[in-house]
Design a protein. Sequence first.
Lengths: 479, 238, 468
Amino acid sequence: MISKIIHLEWRNLTSNRWLQISFLLLGGLILLATLNRSYHHDKYLIKADEVRQTQSVEFQNFVADHDSVTAGLKEINNQRINPIFPFSLEVRLTPQAVFEPTGLAVLAVGQSDIHAGIFPVRTFSDPINKASVFYNPSTDLLGSFDFAFVLVFLIPLVVIAFSYNILSEERENGTLQMVMSQPVSLMRVLVLKLLFRFLILFAALLVILLLSMLLAGVSVTGNIAGIAILSVFTSLYLLFWFGVSLLVNLFGKSSSFNITALLGVWVFFVLVIPTLLHVMVENAYEVPPRSEALVEMRNAEEEAMSLDRDEILDRYFMDHPEFIEAAEGSSADEQWRELYEFYKWFYVVRQNIAEAVSPIVDDYYGRLAEQQEFAGRISAFSPAVVLKEAMNSLAGTSPAHYNHFHASTEQFRLEWMGTIRDKMLREQFVAIDDLDTLPQFSYSPADVNNGFARAGMALSFHLLAACGLIVLFRKRAGL
Amino acid sequence: MIEARNLTKIYGDLTAVRELNLEIKEGEVYCLLGPNGAGKTTTVNLFMGFVAPSDGKVFINGMDVSQNARETKRVLSYIPENLALYPNLTGLENLEFFAGLSNGQLADSDLKKLLNEAGLQQSAFDQRVSGYSKGMRQKVGIAIALAKDSKALILDEPTSGLDPQASNEFARLLGILSEKGVAILMTTHDLFRARETGTRIGIMRDGVLRREFNAGDVKHDELEQVYLEQVLHNLEEA
Amino acid sequence: MVIRIAKKEWKEQLREKRFLAAGLLMVLLFGAALISSKAYYEKEQDLRITAQQGIEENWFNQRDKNPHGAAHYGIYLFKPESRLALIDRGVNRYAGTAFFVEGHVRNEAQFRKIEDETGLVRFGELTPAYILIYLMPLFIILIGFNSFTKEREGGTWRMLQSHDVPLRKVLLGKWAGVTFTTFMLFIPLYILMGLIIYSVSGFGEFSLVHYLILGSIYALYYLIFINLTLIVSWFSKHSGAAFITLLALWIVATLVVPKLFVSAAQYINPLPDTNSVAEMYSEARAGGIDGHAPSSARELEREVMEEHGVDSLEDLPFNFAGYRLQVGEEYDTKAYNYVFAHIHSVISEQDALIRKGSLLSPFLPVRNLSMGLAYTDVDNHWDFSEAVELYRQDFVRYLNEDLMYSSRTGETYLAGSDVWAAKPNFGYELPGMDEVLKAQSGNLFLLFGWVGLSFLGLLTIKSKSEES
């Protein structure tokens, strides 16, 4: 029987012009989407490379300068860029925070169109202003084109368009009674038909995905785990939509009813639920506005600056007497001392501002993470949202990734500031060995909770729910 | 009055109706018999103006259908095998709608009177048509014909699928209409019904009107025999 | 007769549970959108007022310092949301809300709301405009897709034909039926929304004419979809096919075309990144704009002393430091204007390219018009940004001139709270409706084009009719 159904379905498939056209069209769209993403991704990688290269050149220059200065071969008048003076690290070896999506970044834009991926981190960088980039808000609003969009939004419509009348058509053509008078279970026939269609669609998607990855120059073997996860999620998602199609057919209504009902389901899961969830998230988890941190920061800055320099330092040394001792053993002469005095004050002021602002900043990043966690949980209401977020996670461009990136950047800024501040307070010069122990910014998408387990569970739940309802209504439909 | 002169309809290689000449006078009920594919429905479609003739002319009430499509429809009613009505409207509303398309607004009481006359039970007036049986729908169709004050009525297999009682009732209604002077053309497979209701009977095959009788002149057996001859002839050729 | 058919259509729609359910859902969603949009608007307005007050307090309470130090300290200006943003938030979530006003530098707006969002918002934002622009066409498709196909499938088409009804009147009747249902839903909702917006205290006047023009734009948009729906229903064999076709058209118009054109715009006219902007700025500053570099400090000193006929800077009637800062500032401003004009032109080119998508999608001109009339589009963002820039120039000039005229060259001068208190005030008014309409004339033209085209499409139904 199976071979007969497959044969019949294959005949249908090969003779259905519309089906072929829409397959081709979607294939083209996916190809276009992936190549488009890969163009922007490659551009980004090149830029990141350039930044790293510039950094390594600067580092070599710095080391060379340092050697010449310590050997007495070179004299630098502007001490701010003198490699033996700690402040030069801020200016000459400014660390760059570089965001890294995964190898599957070509799959989903995620939030990468919103955030800058590369920016310098300095002691005096703003803790809450997420790097300045120039943006066109209208393109961001409409959103760009990626594989995730095609898969999440358009593919379900293909499933619906070609399965909405799987049972109702037989009834309307009058062939239903013919099938039912045969010694086969109609239910089995329907399920087999849908499974066959699922396999065809899935295989086509996989082929076009691999093809576009090849064309985009993305390694397949290097991302095999990601592709496997994507395949599982895609299967669950497709099966869910096939299941819903079957379910609606079981109600025994006309084809015209089925198609409107199915598209109602689509609108509900893809358009209505996400916007409602967004309202829910926004009201349940209010993220403190960054303007609050801004006002606080400016207050702290003014407060610190309005005090007498000596007073600020005295207060600080009261809590940190170790620096007084350390500075006494310094080899710096009188001229250097004066410079160190200024920068001691400078860094202590920065430290004070950071301490005043950090509760707000921590609160901000913490609340943002909580909000994202909550959104992740309630996304389970819609398989479309689950899949889209999972694809963003696979691409390493999800909001959680960027949140982690920005929070790490801020953490790194404090670390960096601390290192230079300590050097200033101890009145130490930069030794060549110090360069190895400078804090290094590191970010890896692997450190972020990808939520795949939860996504898999949510998608499976939706599929199971659809199957459960099918079993329930199967009895009612008398099949 | 319904009249066909030299009426011919050709679809590609197929001649669906060939040189049909027919005249149905006021008060006459003409039953057109014939096997499937004989050209009955094409004839009906030609009379209704749904399709244009390849040759010849159709006159309703003396007006050429192809020249005066709209005027003829004002005096012409149509009841197909499966009389279609709007399922979400009630019988009364359907009647009001269709009757209104030709005659403008009719009073509610008049419409009810018409439905009564057509034999629809009172309780069904305000029920949606989606719950109607075929017989009930056809009663609404008759009521529409009555409301239009039709001069001619064309029915395409109206009794197929009706139970004998409903058929009888339907025949009675046709009788009322013919008494009012309506010219009626009805296609059917039902020889018995044709002889009972019709005043004249025609047998068609392969688009050609083969035989004509006066209903009163022909016995049932005789009619059946002639009809079977025609059908068998058809089968042999096929 | 047309009215009779329209009435029949309407009666049928009213009795169809699907339509009732969809209509109810639309009303509920619209209610939810209104409530959440109003709450968001009020919260956001509050937040910005609080932030602006905080920043002003920072400013007024700052310690005595050199005016130039104050220029570096700067202030922030928060962009108020127009009252009509309650309908259509447009790009507001995607554009920065806070402008840092400081010496030497023109900044792009910071604190984009979208940076603090989960991925959910990328699916769409529950605002009245979302319902009116995205979902309403779907409702129209739902009530109209089987206008003709159901008659054919149910056999009533033949019944209609057996009566004296010209197709033109059937068409008009059906058109009137669908239009009536659509506007029975739209008009009360729109009036309700108007009352709510009127009652909200907010930025910008509530002008009835303005509101009605916005409403007419939505109305015209619906006419396009009503016409398209009827055309497709006429040419389709089955209801299912009609629905799929219409839905495909909807998806292409609202999702696929906009995204494709956005991708194309980003590919053809990429925005410059931070580094290349910085380079462009340095080049412009080094004399790239008008061919000569700014005078060096030495030269400037000489020029000024010559002009005033004095031999030393101390003899000048003002503090040379302030003068030099102001000259430098003006030069910086020129360079920044050049750079920002370039960025603006790239954005305009991107938007112009996206606007070309309007030829394939009636959604795009309406999206733009809706944002434009609600003062939430990119134009408005730039308009505000330019106003801030003009203010920035005033602000910095004020501080430089204070330094110039309150002290002499070489003196240590600290300005105090009286100087901070007398800073220039920032005022911004939304452009008038006529200006907006003028700026949107292209989109209006495209919208009218689509309306005209769709009515022409309806006419083709007539010519094809006679056969069946």
